[in-house]
Write a protein that binds this ligand. Structure first.
Ligand code: ZN
Length: 250
């Protein structure tokens, strides 16, 4: 018989199932993304009721099954991203990050480094760091999980690293002034945008304290990363559409 085990996880989403139960998708640290059945969780005194709401994370207990639905039985410790829960803007960024995780990973795909990266990204947004910068870093670094490898480091043709680069769709990477002449697939991106995209692709989140970017540059980065996603990833997420619409409110 399957044993109940303890595991760390971040709630991706949950939805009602019949009257008293819920289906919960959790990004677990040691077994990847999994769908859980939580029985009787709608009852008032069930401690799981609060622990499976969006933007909660913690140590849960359950029976993990690879080929079928897993069972969520209890919770040991739980925490919430409180600012994200209460601020609609932060909420939109965090929801988009979680839907990217959901889109990039197959179920049961073991990826503890993405787990840590996701958790830290949400923690920083929750602590008041620039949500757009963190989201852009997340978008660029999760590209590899979609099977996309871009060379933002050196000219795709001659390998030069100190130059004014442009991004070439044909080369899936940057090209220097000398080698961009024949290329009709260049993105409109200033050298500054290439600089930030390159930095964001490699930066560790512990270093983001020192990043300061103007609104104009942020807007250009948004356009550049959108172009990359349209071309290389090709997914349409509702959460991204919402995030784009949100800009018009301010
Ligand atoms: Zn070159």
């Amino acid at each position: 018989m399957l044993q109940s085990v303890e595991f760390k996880g971040i709630i991706l989403f949950s939805k009602d199932y019949k009257e008293k139960d819920r289906l919960v998708k959790i990004f677990t640290e040691h077994a990847g993304k999994m769908m859980f059945f939580a029985r009787n969780v709608q009852r008032k005194n069930n401690p799981l009721k609060q622990a499976i709401i969006n933007f909660h994370y913690g140590t849960y207990m359950g029976k993990l099954q690879k080929d079928s639905l897993s069972f969520l039985n209890g919770v040991k410790t739980v925490d919430a991203f409180l600012q994200i829960q209460t601020d609609i803007f932060l909420n939109a960024f965090a929801t988009y990050i979680l839907s990217l995780v959901d889109a990039a990973l197959e179920d049961n795909e073991y990826d503890p480094s993405l787990y840590g990266f996701t958790k830290q990204s949400l923690q920083l947004i929750d602590q008041g760091y620039d949500a757009q910068v963190i989201t852009n870093i997340f978008e660029l670094q999760i590209l590899s999980r979609f099977g996309v490898q871009l060379n933002l480091y050196s000219c795709a043709i001659c390998g030069r690293v100190q130059e004014k680069f442009a991004f070439s769709s044909y080369m899936s990477g940057i090209v220097c002034t000398k080698h961009r002449l024949q290329d009709k697939t260049l993105y409109k991106a200033s050298p500054q945008i290439i600089h930030f995209a390159r930095m964001f692709s490699n930066i560790h989140l512990n270093q983001i304290r020192s990043i300061n970017i103007s609104d104009e540059t942020k807007q250009e980065l948004r356009v550049f990363i959108d172009a990359l996603y349209d071309e290389y990833v090709g997914i349409k997420l509702k959460s991204k559409k919402f995030l784009d619409q949100m800009k018009d409110w301010t």
